[in-house]
Design a protein around this ligand. Structure first.
Ligand SMILES: [Zn+2]
Length: 140
């Protein structure tokens, strides 16, 4: 199936599904493609259509299983790196991170947890945090 965004002579745009591009060409030649708004048969593929179809393809591709596994593997690498090089401070993270941010003498790498509210407060203070999806190795 292929989705086209079609446009009639009066610039009405609408989506329509065809089994393939040949079907569209055939229906169009036989004058069977009509505008759903004004029934005009002067309908063309809109320039928009390749973009929309392309985007959907990219989305599907991004979320196929192989890619998720790869992303997970990368995230696990990041997690291991963080665990090795950063000090875990748990829910004291907002306090600790402020100490580091406002006290130039302190310089250490920490990681921990925040509530969404705490995170927002830190952002408002100009403290930019990196947020890493924390993945488990369990499901592999
Ligand atoms: Zn129309």
């Amino acid at each position: 199936m292929i989705k086209y965004i079609l446009k009639c002579e009066h610039k009405h745009e609408f989506e329509s599904w065809f089994s393939d591009s040949k079907e569209f060409e055939k229906l169009k030649k036989d004058n069977l493609v009509e505008c759903i708004f004004c029934q005009s048969r002067k309908v063309e593929k809109s320039i928009m259509s390749p973009n929309v179809v392309g985007k959907e393809k990219v989305l599907e591709k991004n979320f196929d299983n192989k890619d998720i596994k790869k992303i997970k593997k990368d995230l696990l690498k990041i997690r291991k790196f963080v665990e090795k090089n950063f000090e875990f401070v748990g829910d004291k993270f907002p306090r600790e991170v402020r100490e580091i941010y406002y006290d130039n003498k302190k310089n250490k790498n920490i990681y921990g947890t925040t509530t969404p509210e705490e995170r927002l407060e830190l952002e408002e203070e100009g403290i930019d945090l990196a947020r890493i999806p924390w993945v488990d190795n369990k499901e592999n």
